[in-house]
Design a protein around this ligand. Structure first.
Ligand SMILES: Cc1cc2nc3c(=O)[nH]c(=O)nc-3n(C[C@H](O)[C@H](O)[C@H](O)COP(=O)(O)OP(=O)(O)OC[C@H]3O[C@@H](n4cnc5c(N)ncnc54)[C@H](O)[C@@H]3O)c2cc1C
Length: 476
């Protein structure tokens, strides 16, 4: 990540025509701050922090900035004529009956249903290579169990899962189980830390009992949160810099071509790790080495999502008890996204790792052709293109405001998320899914938990010790 000195920061903003009054405010005392807290990012982490701070500190001046023209970030439900039931092209599942977000679901009275992938429905596995071998799920589990056993005797460095698997001299069919596992994290075996894949994978399996869907899509939850923050959210506002200091901080942002700045006492930064790594948002002073190392210890996975509406639910004639198709390398998945499947024949294509990178590089026009070809391979049917009535290509790989799907622990990066989450003094705070502890990173509920944590940290920083009975401290 690029950093820059305070002097360069001032020069840059001055050159960009920042109002002189804004600049002078930066040097004023803390009482001159525009806001108590500026939150960068209106995803679930940022909205959670804003909501809690607003509830417990009604007098606090809060502002949430987001680059997009909508709230929700990686929670994004399509709700147009062609997809009237609401199709999630970002987060879709509540993972686990213990997920922290159940408190929101209950509070907002949202309807959910369990997903039946542990029940009767059949998940069909196919190979995208002619004659490629397909492991039964027990065989795949056996390969992963052998990796875990060998890991228990591994006292070496935190290498890549793929490198470790190669040392085990697996067959190519067995290696596809490793690729499948890496793609459950939306990445490739060479990109993910062995420790994270094994230890966080085990913790995840112990945690998650089932998944659940919200009727109408995940945005039902986000919309209600945002409604509680009316007047406090500024959209189309892309942060370009954060100046953090004990006395006063500032966030610089660009809105409709105009550069502006707001001053504040605290900044909550919920930027996805991909955006942090892009260098597009600069920090002054530069981030400490330990924080930078924590950022560099992660990477973003790759996901492209393509929902497709067909003239008829053709899959019902192909496979009874259809639960979806998975390629044997875990990179390609087709499933029915929604409870109302009988009414709206939509198949959701989910592509991760190298398959997502391929579709992203192809661009949306070719990507839908490739997706249909893979669907025909999976189903054994032909002519599906002629039945296609509507589709949408959601490319998270190139999305400028996430730059990938969700955070993956790089080889050697294990254990650095706690450092990522730590505040810098009483001015710059960090939240977002990447800061969540294992096994909750990569999830909505992990991001939600991080929003709660950061609200408590900010409350502690804002409330003078002599006012420790203040309501804000109820957050702690
Ligand atoms: C395809 C996909 C499927 C998923 N499925 C699930 C699932 O089923 N279940 C689950 O639990 N989780 C799922 N996730 C993960 C989940 O969506 C995320 O972990 C969670 O939504 C992250 O929330 P967040 O607030 O940390 O980040 P975000 O939602 O990314 O919020 C960060 C915000 O920062 C904004 N931003 C970025 N750059 C700037 C800038 N320069 N200036 C201002 N604002 C900026 C973004 O626009 C965004 O709104 C999925 C994610 C993807 C991509």
């Amino acid at each position: 990540m690029r950093t820059f000195g305070r002097r360069a920061f001032m020069q840059r903003t001055a050159v960009a025509g920042l109002a002189a009054t804004s600049l002078s405010r930066l040097t004023q005392a803390q009482s001159g701050a525009d806001y108590d807290v500026v939150i960068v990012g209106a995803g679930i982490a940022g909205l959670t922090a804003a909501r809690l701070l607003g509830e417990r500190g009604p007098d606090l001046k809060l502002l949430v900035l987001d680059a997009r023209d909508r709230v929700g970030g990686r929670i994004f439900t399509l709700d147009d004529e062609a997809a009237p039931i609401g199709v999630d092209v970002g987060a879709q599942l509540i993972h686990g009956s213990d997920a922290a977000t159940w408190e929101l679901v209950r509070e907002y009275g949202l309807q959910t249903r369990p997903v039946d992938h542990f029940g009767d429905r059949q998940l069909h596995v196919f190979s995208r290579e002619a004659g490629g071998s397909v492991l039964a799920s027990e065989q795949r589990e056996a390969v992963l169990a052998s990796v875990r056993e060998n890991y228990a005797r591994h006292f070496g460095a935190d290498i890549a899962l793929g490198e470790f698997a190669r040392e085990l001299e697996l067959t190519s069919a067995q290696m596809s189980a490793i690729t499948y596992d890496a793609n459950s994290w939306s990445t490739e075996p060479e990109e993910i830390s062995l420790r994270a894949a094994v230890l966080d994978g085990e913790a995840w399996d112990a945690y998650r009992d089932n998944d659940f869907l919200i009727y109408g899509g995940y945005h039902r939850l986000i919309d209600q949160m945002a409604a509680e923050l009316t007047g406090k959210i500024r959209l189309n506002s892309r942060a370009t810099g954060m100046l953090w200091g004990e006395e006063l901080s500032a966030v610089f942002y660009e809105n409709q071509g105009l550069e502006s700045a707001v001053t504040c006492r605290c900044i909550i930064n919920t930027l996805p790790i991909g955006v942090m790594q892009s260098g597009e948002v600069q920090f002054s002073p530069g981030l400490p080495d330990s924080k930078q190392a924590a950022i560099d210890g992660l990477t973003m996975g790759s996901v492209v999502v393509i929902p497709m509406a067909f003239s008829e639910p053709f899959w019902k004639s192909v496979v009874p008890n259809y639960g979806g198709w998975y390629s044997n390398d875990g990179r390609v998945y087709f499933g029915v996204p929604h409870p109302e499947e009988g009414e709206t024949p939509v198949v959701k294509g989910w592509f991760s790792g190298a398959a997502a990178d391929q579709l992203s590089a192809e661009g949306p026009e070719q990507a839908i052709q490739t997706a249909i070809a893979w669907l025909e391979q999976a189903s054994g049917m032909s002519g599906l293109g002629a039945k296609l009535q509507w589709h949408h290509v959601q490319d998270w790989v190139t999305d400028p405001y996430s730059r990938g799907s969700y955070s993956v622990t790089r080889p050697g990066g294990y254990g650095l998320r706690a450092t990522l989450a730590q505040p810098l003094g009483k001015s710059l705070f960090f939240a977002g899914e990447a800061t969540a502890a294992p096994p909750h990173y990569q999830t909505v509920h992990g991001a939600y938990m991080s929003g709660k944590r950061v609200a408590a940290e900010v409350a502690r920083a804002l409330v003078p010790p002599e006012e420790s009975e203040a309501t804000l401290l109820e957050l702690l």
